[in-house]
Design a binder for this molecule. Structure first.
Ligand SMILES: Cc1cc2nc3c(=O)[nH]c(=O)nc-3n(C[C@H](O)[C@H](O)[C@H](O)COP(=O)(O)O)c2cc1C
Length: 416
């Protein structure tokens, strides 16, 4: 049977459409700081102009407007009640900055070295899986934006593009590291139904062949170091927000047997420096030092693995208190919840040599390279102005005299 739409119905639809266009979109900003962002001129599902974007939080709201809900959820998601995810975003409120007035800050130095390689800025694009969910260029726009800005990019082994495609997109003389997981013996790693998870003996054995092959490919492709992620061996955090769309965990398949000594032995599989990523306790950082790793990467994986894990600020303070030699004898990187130049500065002042960003570049990639470049520029501007306002002129000389962390310490260490 044919259904004819009545002229009145058409008129009502047209008015509703016009009304929606006038009203713009209202987006749940999930408690992110109010930056004055006005979405009333935006159209749902459409890329807003970059000229509207003044902060990294604005970038997240834009991504929420544009990305398919399942893809937004997969980037935004975190484990269980997202206590650690929220803590990552909120810890900065408990740190006070000591701004010194009587200093010459006319000559600002933001460049640094990471494992001996020169970079223009002390923050980098951390490994994050599946950039292809945000743009067709996937990881390639992250490569070129990082290359043009002179910052480090560390692609995930779970990227949309291959190790070789990512390397080929690099600019002349661009230095990149690569991330790797300790795979389990099941190949290819099957999706695991979270509620029927069975850890077979296969999952306890590592797949050294896959690991060895991938490490060789990274070497051949010209990557200069490997961040070996150690925080979700065996299982991932349960991430409800993305599970609702998939019913499965997307990036499991990692061995559950690995202790730090066996990880240390993996260094024999490659000539590249290996850096354990996802260290969440001061004691583990010290173990990495004792085993002779050149660096350690403090991270709770953006709150996506162990909910309740401490923030990078707290872990860095714990290392300073209990194992200060870690900072003296190895490089320390950190990430989690970094959205402002002041956040970068706080982690550097607490001993990190470089600071990673996970979600923000992934969200910024909705505009491709231009968006990622804009994100880097925003953070760079915030970092340089904050440095000058603090009386600090060199990122490599930031130290704990610039931060008052007593509030955090009281809560974290108690009265002891
Ligand atoms: C969508 C997404 C995918 C990620 N994939 C990986 C990965 O493949 N390997 C890894 O070591 N870390 C991964 N991470 C963790 C990031 O490297 C980083 O530790 C974290 O995102 C930092 O927190 P932030 O998102 O608040 O900046 C991922 C994070 C996100 C948001």
């Amino acid at each position: 049977m044919m259904i004819y739409r009545q002229p009145l119905t058409l008129l009502v639809s047209a008015l509703a459409f016009a009304g929606a266009a006038v009203r713009g979109v209202v987006i749940d900003t999930e408690g992110l700081p109010d930056t004055g962002l006005n979405t009333s001129t935006w159209t749902e599902g459409t890329l807003p102009p970059l000229s509207d974007i003044w902060t990294l939080n604005d970038i997240q709201i834009a991504a929420k407007n544009v990305l398919e809900p399942r893809y937004y959820a997969s980037y935004r998601t975190a484990a269980l009640d997202e206590i650690t995810y929220q803590a990552n975003l909120n810890i900065w409120k408990q740190v006070r900055l000591n701004g010194f007035s009587f200093r010459d800050v006319s000559d600002l130095k933001l460049s640094t070295t990471i494992l001996g390689h020169n970079f223009s800025l002390p923050f980098f694009i951390a490994p994050a899986a599946k950039a292809g969910h945000a743009s067709k260029s996937a990881e390639l726009s992250l490569v070129t934006a990082a290359g043009k800005a002179g910052i480090l990019y560390v692609p995930s082994i779970s990227s949309t593009k291959s190790i070789e495609q990512i390397a080929a997109a690099g600019l002349d003389n661009q230095t990149m590291f690569h991330q790797e997981y300790v795979w389990c013996a099941l190949t290819p790693p099957p999706p695991i139904l979270v509620f029927q998870k069975r850890l077979t003996s296969e999952r306890y054995r590592s797949n050294k062949t896959q690991l060895k092959d991938e490490l060789k490919r990274m070497e051949k492709a010209g990557f200069k170091a490997v961040f070996l992620t150690v925080d979700n061996t065996g299982v991932n955090g349960i991430r409800d927000r993305s599970l609702r769309y998939t019913g499965t965990e997307s990036d499991t398949g990692h061995s559950a047997t690995f202790d730090l000594e066996s990880l240390a032995a993996l260094r024999n599989l490659t000539s590249l420096p290996l850096v354990p990523k996802g260290v969440k306790t001061a004691a583990d950082a010290k173990k990495c030092l004792d085993l002779g790793f050149p660096a350690v990467y403090i991270s709770n994986h953006g709150g996506r693995v162990l909910d309740g894990a401490p923030t990078a600020v707290e872990i860095l303070l714990d290392i300073r208190k209990n194992y200060p030699e870690v900072f003296e004898r190895m490089e320390v990187y950190a990430d989690g919840g970094v959205r402002r130049g002041t956040d970068v500065m706080i982690l550097l002042a607490l001993g990190a040599r470089a600071v990673g960003l996970g979600r923000s570049p992934m969200f910024a990639n909705i505009w491709g390279e231009e968006g990622v470049t804009h994100m880097i520029d925003l953070l760079k501007t915030e970092l340089s102005t904050s440095m000058q306002l603090m009386g600090a002129s060199d990122v490599t000389a930031l130290n704990s005299s610039y931060v008052n962390t007593k509030w955090v310490e009281q809560q974290y260490f108690g009265s002891s």
